[in-house]
Design a protein around this ligand. Structure first.
Ligand SMILES: Cc1ncc(COP(=O)(O)O)c(C=O)c1O
Length: 367
């Protein structure tokens, strides 16, 4: 797509349909497991629901467009997308690097399923991932990492991986393709959860893989066919429908996050704040180079767990929920899920509420 376009134009165009007179502007979902076959056994485009689906195809071409990829493949969840890629790449004897400060279920999958099969799994904190990757075969990076929001220099990491012939996979969930395009910075594959800001309404679970290496993408597609972690047609349609407003929503979420981070930084009840958009954040300089927007998440450290509970109880706008990227502003105390953070650490996901209302609400709720 033309690089001159802004994020809302990109997302509206990506979610749009071909202008065929008489066809719906917003294409309906096609829920189907079985399709009519041709009597002469020539293969039609769609034959069975685990192999392909017209609604997936529309969503996949929109996601490929946004990620700047030749191809995208949808999955039933972000974890389904990530584990499919890991099954393809991490074979016995390979060394796999995963983020020690990234989404915790990925570390669990690597430790519980891949390590017992002979994959050497190394966990490295995002700021150390380049150094840990110098002798790796597969590197999975997450940037900004969830929940600590450290950012890795993707171009440098891609150079490290290329020098060694390693495959670089980047989880683009927190930034979204509207915030950064890892493939253009040298990543081999993007994996992501579309459950978060891309769909943005907290009403579905979905994931995708995007890339331009034909062989790699074919291997992932084959794994999806054989393992079967597919997305339902209705969910695919909901993601596609939501994509049209993703630029608008993400712009507001990022603006709310920046405003809240500035306010929290000056608040006496707050011990520390991480947001890549803060000029003195350790990730700011690299984030400025590789991100179009700094994202809708803010990481904050309060005194203890009770302080996080009190924040939610006193607030009129914030909800307590895990996951992020939805239209509602939410708070999640990550130590409860076992993340290696302090008891008072909370990940705040900014919604699309009016900025002034949110700031006033946080101020009164912090006391
Ligand atoms: C960074 C990141 N990647 C992947 C996932 C997994 O996505 P899903 O919940 O759609 O399986 C999550 C979920 O929170 C996440 O935060």
């Amino acid at each position: 797509m033309d690089g001159r376009y802004g994020d809302s134009t990109r997302s509206v165009k990506a979610a749009g349909s071909e202008a065929i007179p008489g066809s719906p502007v917003s294409p309906p979902p096609v829920p189907a497991s079985t399709y009519h076959l041709s009597p002469d056994e020539t293969e039609p485009l769609d034959s069975y629901g685990r192999s392909s689906n017209p609604t997936w195809r529309q969503l996949e071409s929109a996601l490929a467009e946004l990620e700047g990829a030749a191809k995208a493949l949808t999955f039933g969840s972000g974890m389904a997308a990530i584990t499919s890629v890991l099954r393809v790449l991490a074979k016995p004897g390979t060394k796999l690097v995963v983020p020690a400060d990234g989404y915790y279920q990925v570390r669990r999958y690597a430790a519980e399923y891949l390590a017992p099969q002979g994959v050497t799994v190394v966990e490295a904190a995002t700021p150390d991932i380049c150094a840990a990757s110098s002798d790796a075969d597969v590197v999975l990076a997450e940037t900004p990492a969830n929940p600590g929001l450290d950012v890795v220099d993707l171009h440098r990491l891609a150079m490290t991986c290329r020098g060694r012939g390693a495959t670089l996979v980047v989880d683009n969930t927190t930034a979204t393709p509207l915030g950064q395009q890892p493939l253009s910075l040298g990543a081999d594959l993007v994996v992501a959860s579309a459950t978060k800001a891309l769909s943005g309404h907290s009403d579905l679970v979905a994931g995708y893989v995007a890339g331009s290496h034909e062989e790699l993408m074919s291997a992932v597609e084959r794994d999806r066919l054989l393992a079967g972690p597919v997305l339902g047609a209705f969910e695919a349609w909901l993601v596609l429908r939501s994509l049209g407003s993703a630029g608008l929503r993400f712009e507001r979420q990022c603006h709310n996050a920046q405003s809240l981070a500035v306010m929290l930084r000056a608040h006496p009840a707050v011990r520390s704040v991480r947001y890549p958009g803060l000029p003195d954040d350790p990730s700011h300089s690299i984030a400025t180079l590789q991100m179009r927007r700094f994202g809708g998440l803010v990481a904050v450290e309060l005194k203890d767990a009770a302080a996080v509970h009190a924040l939610v109880e006193r607030s009129a706008l914030i909800i307590a929920s895990t996951s992020f990227g939805g239209i509602h502003t939410s708070v999640d105390r990550r130590a409860r899920w076992g993340d290696p953070v302090s008891d008072g650490f909370a990940r705040i996901s900014l919604g699309i509420e009016d900025t002034d209302d949110l700031i006033a609400d946080f101020e009164q709720a912090l006391g």
